[in-house]
Design a protein around this ligand. Structure first.
Ligand SMILES: [Zn+2]
Length: 269
C-alpha cells in the first residue's frame, strides 16, 4: 500500500517488542514546498539529521502524537536543528511543546489541512491528525500496523480508548491509517472495527472468567491467555486490569474488600 501523495516516512532505528520495526516519522508536504513532521521519534542524532535532510530545512512545525519517548524524545533536538516549533496536546504530555493543540484545530501543512483529534486512551494526551484531502489518518499509537496497542493503567484508560476508536469510526472521510508503528493500513475503518471487536471479546472473556467465582488477575490471565506465551502474561495482566477498571467504574465488577489491583475480583449483583 503506497503512502498518500506528498507523504514521506522515515523509519527510526528503534525496533523492539513494543515499537515493532521502529517509529515512523512522517513528513507531510503541501504545494508550497514546506512540510510538517509528525512524530520526530527517539532522540537519535542520525535519525533527526535524516528528517532535517529530507525536509531540506523547510519544516513549518513538528507535530507530536503523544508523550511517549519513542515519539517525542527527539522533539527538542529536531527543533534545535530546524528552528521549527513543537506542537502537541500540551506540556503535561510533551514537555517540549511550544504551542498546545486543541481538539478540532487545523494545522496548515504547507497549504493542506491537518485536523487535530484528541483521542485519549493509550495516553491522556494522545492526538491523531487527519489529512483531510487524502482521508488519511496519522494514528500515532491508537492502532498499530503490526502487533497490537497496549492500554496500561493508570496511564492508559480503556473506556477513553474505546470512545476514541468509536469517534474515529464516525469520521465520514476516513480511508487509510498511517500508524506510528508498522505499514500503512489501506482499510482504516476495518482495522478500527477489528480493534473494537477484539476489546469487546476480551471484556466478555473477563466477565466469563469471573462467572464461576472470585478470581485474581493471574488466575484470569491463565484462563483467557492460555494460548499466549507465558513471557507475555505480565503484560496481559495489565490489559486485564484495564478491563477490570472499566467494568468496576460501570458497576459490573468489584474487588474484594481491601484488595489491591490484583484482586481477587468478582461480579457484582
Ligand atoms: Zn505510545
Amino acid at each position: 500500500m503506497p503512502l498518500p501523495n506528498g507523504v514521506q516516512v522515515i523509519l527510526a532505528p528503534n525496533p523492539s517488542m513494543m515499537t515493532g520495526p521502529g517509529t515512523n516519522s512522517y513528513l507531510v508536504w503541501g504545494p508550497g514546498d514546506r512540510c510538517v513532521v509528525i512524530d520526530p521519534g527517539p532522540d537519535d542524532a542520525g535519525h533527526l539529521r535524516a528528517i532535517a535532510t529530507a525536509a531540506h530545512g523547510v519544516i513549518k512545525a513538528i507535530l507530536v502524537t503523544h508523550g511517549h519517548h519513542d515519539h517525542d524524545a527527539g522533539a527538542a533536538n529536531l527543533r534545535a536543528l530546524t528552528g521549527a516549533p513543537v506542537l502537541a496536546w500540551g506540556r503535561a504530555g510533551v514537555p517540549a511543546t511550544d504551542q498546545p493543540l486543541a481538539d478540532g484545530a487545523v494545522v496548515d501543512a504547507g497549504g493542506r489541512a491537518l485536523r487535530v483529534l484528541h483521542t485519549p486512551g493509550h495516553r491522556f494526551d494522545h492526538l491523531c491528525f487527519l489529512l483531510e484531502d487524502a482521508g488519511a489518518l496519522f494514528a500515532g499509537d491508537l492502532v498499530a500496523g503490526v502487533g497490537t496497542v497496549v492500554i496500561i493503567p493508570p496511564e492508559g484508560d480503556l473506556a477513553d480508548y474505546l470512545t476514541s476508536l468509536d469517534r474515529l469510526l464516525a469520521l465520514p472521510t476516513l480511508r487509510t491509517i498511517l500508524p506510528a508503528h508498522g505499514p500503512v493500513v489501506e482499510d482504516g475503518p476495518a482495522l478500527l472495527r477489528e480493534y473494537v471487536a477484539h476489546r469487546l471479546m476480551r471484556e466478555r472473556q473477563v466477565l466469563a472468567a469471573l462467572a464461576s467465582g472470585p478470581a485474581t488477575i493471574p488466575m484470569i490471565v491463565a484462563t483467557i491467555y492460555a494460548d499466549v506465551d507465558p513471557a507475555l502474561h505480565a503484560m496481559a495482566g495489565r490489559s486485564v486490569l484495564a478491563h477490570l477498571i472499566k467494568l468496576e467504574r460501570e458497576g459490573r465488577v468489584a474487588r474484594a474488600a481491601g484488595a489491591a489491583d490484583d484482586g481477587p475480583w468478582m461480579l457484582t449483583g
